[in-house]
Design a protein around this ligand. Structure first.
Ligand SMILES: [Zn+2]
Length: 104
């Protein structure tokens, strides 16, 4: 089922519920909401996404990527290689091990 995010169109008109945006789980057959269920202020749909697509590991891998890149930028190849190795990035690890001077 898709999750729709709504936000009030005019901040001055909204309540605490809709001013920061709220999620609404709706059926496809339902029309889009036009007003806040709490205060009746006009709202618009800002994002459409599917609940199945919401994944937190994306943030984790982003942090990992940042760390790897910073090691690589500083030429800390063995550090980068170990981290990549531990994180299951075998190709990246091999690459960094080679740059660190290891021979396979
Ligand atoms: Zn409201």
């Amino acid at each position: 089922m898709p999750i729709y995010e709504y936000r009030v169109t005019e901040k001055a008109a909204g309540c605490n519920y809709c001013r920061h945006g709220f999620d609404a789980l709706q059926k496809f057959s339902d029309g889009p909401l036009t007003t806040c269920p709490e205060c009746g202020a006009p709202v618009r749909r800002v994002i459409t996404r599917f609940s199945a697509c919401v994944s937190e590991p994306a943030e984790e891998s982003l942090a990992l990527e940042e760390k790897l890149t910073s090691y690589e930028n500083e030429g800390m190849w063995s550090h980068a290689a170990e981290l990549a190795d531990k994180s299951g990035l075998q190709e990246r690890a091999m690459d960094d091990y080679k740059k660190a001077g290891y021979n396979f």
